[in-house]
Design a protein around this ligand. Sequence first.
Ligand SMILES: Cc1cc2nc3c(=O)[nH]c(=O)nc-3n(C[C@H](O)[C@H](O)[C@H](O)COP(=O)(O)O)c2cc1C
Length: 197
Amino acid sequence: MKKVLALMGSPRINKNTDRLLTLMLKGIEDKGHEISKVHIVKKKVLPCTGCNYCGKKGECIIKDDMEEIYKGFDNSDIVILAAPLYFNTVNSITKHVIDRCQKYWSIKYQLGQNYRRNENRIGVFLAVGGTDYSHEHFSATIPTIDLFFKAINVEYRGNYFVSGTDKVPIEERKYIKEELYEIGYNIDNIKNFYCHR
Ligand SMILES: Cc1cc2nc3c(=O)[nH]c(=O)nc-3n(C[C@H](O)[C@H](O)[C@H](O)COP(=O)(O)O)c2cc1C
């Protein structure tokens, strides 16, 4: 049994991002893993101010709901981030959470301390975008997610992207249900994957 932290980054609960994530979580749940799902929009997460307090103290000076999300990162084997595409990258409330993970970068590279290295933790990224399919639709997100997963020391194991959600919402895409369930069910030992529907 693995501990899974699932971050839902859309401000719109039960819309495309949330539904996509839920389809994967169903498989994860049926396999018996323990899921902690966080709707970022329900949390107060202020933006990083770049004060470099974390570079000196190893913790963030801002005391808000990010403290709960930090605990989630610290205690999870698998981290799933789901976000909508806004201006070709992850939306701002999701980016606030990512930027606040500067703390982990500072712990490792400024303070030279260990943070959960070599523990075989897994990171998976899901995203939706309103406009029609194009090959590069989600490519601007990948370097950001790559650095984010490196900061929290999870191995970037896979992407699941869905284009065109403004025309055909997730709820109408029955064919992806089985695929997402399958990935979720096998999440703890899945090989690298890249799906773009
Ligand atoms: C401010 C804003 C910017 C957006 N920018 C993009 C974009 O750059 N590319 C894209 O494909 N869709 C864009 N969209 C559309 C969303 O990605 C789409 O509506 C998606 O389904 C939203 O996810 P949700 O349904 O989970 O909220 C944008 C939407 C908003 C509100």
